[in-house]
Design a protein around this ligand. Structure first.
Ligand code: SF4
Ligand code: SF4
Length: 134
C-alpha cells in the first residue's frame, strides 16, 4: 500500500497468460498425424461375426435407427449395416442371442461416398470390417 493505493503489478495479467501459453504444450492434438487416446468404453463401428450369426434378424428388428437390413447372401439371410443411419447405441449387440456383434474402436468413417457406408455382409470373412469392403 502506498498512500492508500494498492501497488499494481508491472506485468499485466494478460501478458502473463500469453507467456505461459507460449511455453506450454497445446491442449489439442494434431489429428490425423497424432491419433487420439480412446476411452475403453469408446463405441466405434459395430462389427459382425458372421461365423456366429444365425440370421435370426433380431438385431434388425431391435435397431432403433433402422440401420440393419436382412439381405440374402450365399443362400442365407445376413444383417447388412448402413453406417450412415447407425447411432452407435449397440442395442443390436445387446439383443443378439449369439453375441455375434462386437464393439470396435473403428471411428474414421468420414466419406464423400455414402454408399461406402453400407457394410455388405461377407459370410466368407470371419468378421466384418471396413477393410473387407474396399
Ligand atoms: S449400434 Fe444401434 S443404431 Fe447402430 S446398428 Fe446397432 S442398434 Fe442400430
Ligand atoms: S441378432 Fe445376431 S444372430 Fe441374429 S441376425 Fe443379428 S447378428 Fe445374426
Amino acid at each position: 500500500m502506498v498512500n492508500g493505493l494498492v501497488k499494481k503489478s508491472r506485468v499485466p495479467a494478460v501478458f502473463k497468460t500469453v507467456l505461459e501459453n507460449v511455453f506450454t504444450k497445446p491442449a489439442t492434438k494434431s489429428y490425423p498425424h497424432q491419433k487420439p487416446n480412446l476411452s475403453e468404453k469408446f463405441r466405434g463401428q459395430p462389427v459382425f461375426d458372421f461365423s456366429a450369426c444365425i440370421g435370426c434378424g433380431l438385431c434388425s428388428r431391435d435397431c432403433p435407427a433402422k440401420a440393419i437390413e436382412m439381405v440374402l447372401t450365399e443362400g442365407k439371410k445376413h444383417p447388412q449395416l448402413n453406417l450412415s443411419k447407425c447411432v452407435f447405441c449397440y442395442q443390436c449387440a445387446e439383443t443378439c442371442p449369439k453375441k455375434a456383434i462386437h464393439i470396435s474402436c473403428i471411428y474414421e468413417l468420414a466419406t464423400t461416398d455414402k454408399s461406402s457406408l453400407v457394410m455388405k455382409p461377407n459370410p466368407s470373412s470371419p468378421s466384418d470390417s471396413p477393410s473387407s469392403h474396399g
